[in-house]
Design a protein around this ligand. Structure first.
Ligand code: ADP
Ligand code: MG
Length: 690
């Protein structure tokens, strides 16, 4: 008979939960229900029950034996409590001993049938176990003779206590009503929720464990996808601007560009223009590897918007990048629009005619629709900027911004209308993964890079070849090349022996290339200094730039063809690929040299992947498999989704979950089911809280 409800406090389960309460809190387990959703992170296979006659040295097995004798005593010298027993099955005898565990002699007695699990050693003629798992034989053993769950723990909690409490929770709570629509369970051949929970904790066999795991993972992903679909529906029910196509303007600009758009760029542009024609807000992610040419696509959409008398804004993660976008806009956009453009960053507010503006002036002009395309940084959301008719928001390198920052920009309109949103990212996310991360977005993909780009030749250089590498750089510089040297730190720190911008700068300047002009760039410099350095580097005024990760995103220096990355182990593969994307942007042969002091296998494997592989999407996938999602997307992104059991690498299940979510939410038959309605209510509540 069920004795407890899932809402009951954990301490009601058993008195041992009382003293462990603070430790359970750390695991976010307060009530019995929380406990049931605390899943093992692995299992120890003790399911093989052997006869004593079959024992092999150091093999992990279980035995089913009867206790023949049992004694406890204190060791003579160290006064440690020792429990010793001998036991037998029909095929032989064994001995087992435990140290310092007095209670064993109180729980076991002669004649008891027990399971023993562990590894045996042969001492003389006798098989002995030291501190094996033991458990009285009963219908459903928890710690031995089975696939034994191993849980994430905290503080004083032991595996045994956790299993004991879990077993009680499973036995003594009423069965759950299955909320997953019955059609899904049937079609996917999933076990029901109650046996899934039983099996995930105490599996009968590998097979049942696998289907329970699949069901619970699916469920988690399915709810997540439902949430995305609901959010999308809600978002699309808000009013936005319908922006028609200014074919004439776009043609004019396209004709003047020094290149033609690639097919993927054209497709992406078409997707966007089709979206913004509708009066429901676009929410589209433009995904493309570094250098694939996302910017021009976004610009064209922005120019189209501005030419119709509406407003657009572009937010970039760094001042350097904002400035670059601003300069490029001025180059491409017909002169008559120049008055309508402005740059808005913390340290620089400029009109399209290159005039300095005060905050007050620019805010006025934006409100009065004198300025209609504002390019800027975080400042755009921090300051009191308010638009009169903001129809398009573009976020460059969106993975560098948090959800709140993106949202804040969307709410910059004085009226109630919601602007169209275009996010761009060069963190190349495998498409199915994008579905999990951004399931509520539409996605345009720029896969092919502009023609003529060469593969960047990448090398992992051993320390003993450093001198040769510098010689190589020198050679290339003598024939007009320019080089980035990237370091993970700005200042030297004692930590970890990582290279810093300042120290490398000093070394290169004083001893390696005393005859060459070297400058440094990092986030602590003033915006004007940074900008001057970038402009000079772009103009080819000096050959070597030592930089921190500020050059990671976006910056475009077409003639730089050399890059040397120090302490490469400190960066994720996607990030390294981004760095590397700074060079090789025109048609000359480009080289990227990687140095690392971390000789671990994992690191080597990662860096070799970078050497071999040129495709940002594949690199992201490799990084994901080698290092997990948090490393790729940084905390801002990985914090977005907290998955309990599913993994971002469960691609098949993710697809399945998305298909079902779409199908179910579009169909009254499902929507009207009681259980499912409960879920929708719950998901909506969660959305509201987020
Ligand atoms: P990203 O996608 O990394 O933001 P950018 O938009 O900065 O890339 O483009 C990289 C470079 O490629 C820029 O110098 C841009 O002018 C150029 N570019 C963009 N599209 C094309 C194209 N179709 N053909 C040739 N060059 C292009
Ligand atoms: Mg870019």
């Amino acid at each position: 008979m069920p004795k407890f409800s899932r809402q009951d406090h954990l301490t009601r389960l058993h008195s041992i939960a009382l003293k462990l309460e603070p430790d359970f809190k750390k695991l976010k387990i307060k009530n019995i229900g929380d406990l049931l959703w605390h899943f093992p992170n692995r299992y120890e296979d003790l399911s093989q029950i052997k006869k004593i006659s079959e024992l092999k040295e150091n093999e992990l097995i279980s035995l089913k034996v009867k206790i023949d004798s049992l004694k406890s005593y204190r060791s003579w010298r160290k006064k440690i409590f020792i429990t010793q027993l001998s036991a037998s099955d029909s095929s032989g005898k064994i001995q087992a001993s435990w140290f310092g565990q007095k209670f064993i002699s109180q729980t076991l007695k002669i004649g008891d049938e027990i399971y023993l699990s562990g590894k045996a050693q042969k001492k003389g003629n006798i098989w002995t176990f030291t501190s094996p798992n033991y458990e009285k034989v009963k219908y459903n053993p928890l710690h031995s003779a089975r696939l034994v769950p191993i849980y994430p723990l905290s503080g004083q909690i032991s595996q045994k206590q956790l299993r004991f409490l879990m077993d009680r929770a499973l036995q003594l709570t009423p069965p759950l009503a299955d909320r997953l629509p019955a059609e899904i369970i049937k079609a996917e051949n999933f076990p029901d929720i109650n046996s899934s929970l039983q099996e995930i904790h105490f599996p009968q066999n590998e097979e049942k464990l696998a289907s329970a795991t699949a069901r619970l993972k699916f469920q988690e992903l399915f709810y997540l996808q439902c949430k995305y679909q609901l959010a999308k529906k809600q978002y699309q029910s808000l009013p936005s601007y319908s922006l028609s196509l200014n074919q004439e303007l776009l043609n004019k600009i396209l004709q003047q560009l020094p290149f033609v758009l690639t097919l993927d760029q054209q497709k992406a542009l078409y997707d966007i223009l089709a979206d913004i024609r509708q009066n429901k807000p676009m929410n589209r992610l433009l995904e493309g590897d570094v250098g694939s040419g996302k910017t021009i696509v976004a610009f064209l959409a922005a120019f189209n918007t501005v030419s119709l008398g509406h407003q657009a804004t572009l937010m970039a993660p760094t001042e350097i990048l904002a400035r670059q976008h601003f300069d490029n806009t001025l180059k491409i956009l017909p002169a008559k629009f120049r008055r309508e453009i402005a740059l808005y960053t913390r340290s620089q507010i400029l009109s399209g005619q290159n005039k300095k503006l005060s905050k007050k002036e620019i805010n006025e002009k934006i409100k009065n629709r004198k300025i209609n395309f504002v390019i800027g940084t975080h400042s755009l959301i921090q300051e009191a900027v308010a638009f009169d008719k903001l129809a398009l928001v573009i976020i460059d390198e969106q993975h560098r911004f948090g959800v709140r920052q993106r949202k804040a920009l969307k709410e910059k309109n004085l009226n109630k209308k919601v602007p169209h949103l275009l996010s761009m990212t060069a963190t190349p996310i495998p498409r199915t993964l994008a579905l999990t991360l951004y399931g509520d977005l539409d996605i345009s993909l720029i896969k092919t890079k502009p023609a003529g780009r060469q593969k960047i030749k990448t090398f992992l250089v051993p320390e003993e070849k450093r001198v040769a590498a510098y010689d190589f750089l020198r050679q290339k510089i003598q024939t007009g090349g320019q080089a980035f040297v990237i370091c993970p730190l700005i200042e030297d720190s004692d930590k970890l022996g990582l290279k810093s911008v300042k120290k490398e700068y000093k070394k290169l300047n004083q001893t390696v290339f005393p005859d060459l002009e070297i400058r440094m760039l990092h986030g602590k410099l003033k915006a004007q200094e940074k900008e001057k350095i970038m402009t000079d580097f772009k103009a080819g005024k000096f050959p070597i730039l030592v930089a921190s990760s500020v050059v990671e995103v976006g910056v475009d220096i077409p003639q730089a063809s050399l890059m040397l990355i120090e302490s490469a182990e400190r960066f994720g593969l996607s990030q390294l690929h981004q760095f590397r994307g700074r060079i090789g942007r025109n048609n000359q042969e480009s080289f990227c040299l990687l140095f690392t002091s971390d000789n671990s296998q994992l690191n080597k494997e990662r860096l070799k992947a970078l050497v071999k592989n040129d495709d940002g999407f594949e690199l992201a996938q490799i990084d994901l498999e080698l290092r997990g999602s948090g490393e790729i997307f940084g905390h801002k992104q990985s914090g977005l989704i907290k998955l309990k059991i599913a993994r971002l690498t469960d691609l098949e299940l993710i697809k399945k979950a998305q298909n079902w979510a779409k199908k179910v939410l579009a169909n009254k038959k499902y929507l009207e089911q009681d259980n499912f309605q409960k879920i929708i209510r719950q998901l909506k509540q969660e959305m509201h809280l987020e």
